[in-house]
Design a protein around this ligand. Structure first.
Ligand SMILES: NC(=O)c1ccc[n+]([C@@H]2O[C@H](COP(=O)([O-])OP(=O)(O)OC[C@H]3O[C@@H](n4cnc5c(N)ncnc54)[C@H](OP(=O)(O)O)[C@@H]3O)[C@@H](O)[C@H]2O)c1
Length: 249
């Protein structure tokens, strides 16, 4: 398939996990890519993996960084972006007794305020008829005590997708959400879960997944690519879950 030939796409958090897998998939289908990341080693690795991509450091949790992002987008795609995948996110699993203001702020700054301010700053940089994609979480709708703040931040973003879809619809810009289940990335390490706890957790969740395994980044990347492509040209305000059936009941 060559669905993204010469399309200009921006992916935040494009240096690792789901964002990087989506970048590789879109690049393989002809896209020009502007990727953002946060850590120098992942930025270098992404540059090596995708030498044709433009990879920049840009902190999605910092409101002062959105103007630099808009400027980078303008010089990367003077004619406008065709797609925007606001994927950067973070989750640390803590129950009520272990949370504090910094924990709440870190989640909401990156998972909610970041994409909202980016969407605002980049609104004039997306061409009419383009696509915007955000990332939810299969923990939303569940009742786990330890995903309290992470799930709340993603639930808020899930709701925001609908307003954004209404906002951008008059310009033919579609806004959707891809919602991964447990996916093998740096996410849990970044959230502070020790390796042995991750192993136990992933084995336990795999046993609950109807399709019998946890996800890999490309499982999500395939669906992200579909939602960003013209094949989803009549889809907006939608959420597609990519979780092996974990949350279908
Ligand atoms: N993995 C899962 O099980 C899972 C499940 C549901 C939803 N999700 C969601 O999927 C999305 C991608 O996560 P992932 O699983 O691919 O995790 P990941 O491997 O940790 O990748 C996260 C990406 O976000 C970037 N990032 C983190 N903080 C940032 C910041 N402040 N500013 C800019 N970029 C930042 C990282 O950049 P650097 O690597 O350069 O630091 C990296 O490229 C997130 O929104 C996450 O909430 C993941």
């Amino acid at each position: 398939m060559n669905r993204f030939k010469d399309a200009s796409i921006l992916i935040t958090g494009g240096t690792s996990g789901i964002g990087l897998a989506t970048a590789k998939r879109l690049s393989g289908e002809g896209a020009r890519l502007l990727l953002t990341g946060h850590s120098a080693d992942h930025i270098d690795a992404a540059r090596n993996a995708l030498p044709d991509a433009t990879v920049i450091a840009n902190d999605a949790s910092d409101p002062d960084s959105v103007e630099a992002l808009a400027e980078a987008a303008a010089s990367f795609a003077p004619g406008g972006l065709d797609g925007l995948f606001l994927n950067a996110g973070y989750g640390a699993f803590e129950s009520l007794g272990d949370i504090d203001a910094a924990h709440v702020d870190r989640h909401f700054d990156l998972n909610l305020r970041g994409p909202l301010l980016q969407a605002r700053a980049l609104a004039d940089r997306i061409g009419d008829g383009g696509a915007m994609l955000l990332v939810g979480s299969a923990t939303v709708g569940g009742a786990r005590a330890d995903t309290l703040v992470y799930s709340a931040s993603k639930a808020a973003l899930r709701q925001a997708v609908r307003s954004l879809a209404s906002e951008f619809a008059p310009r033919g810009i579609r806004v959707n959400m891809v919602t991964p289940g447990l996916t093998e990335t740096h996410f849990h390490t970044r959230g502070g879960m020790p390796d042995d706890a991750q192993k136990t957790y992933k084995e336990k969740v795999a046993g609950m997944i109807p399709l019998g395994r946890i996800g890999v980044p490309d499982d999500v990347a395939k669906v992200a690519a579909f939602l960003l492509s013209d094949e989803a040209g009549y889809v907006t305000g939608a959420e597609l879950r990519v979780d092996g059936g974990l949350t279908m009941a």
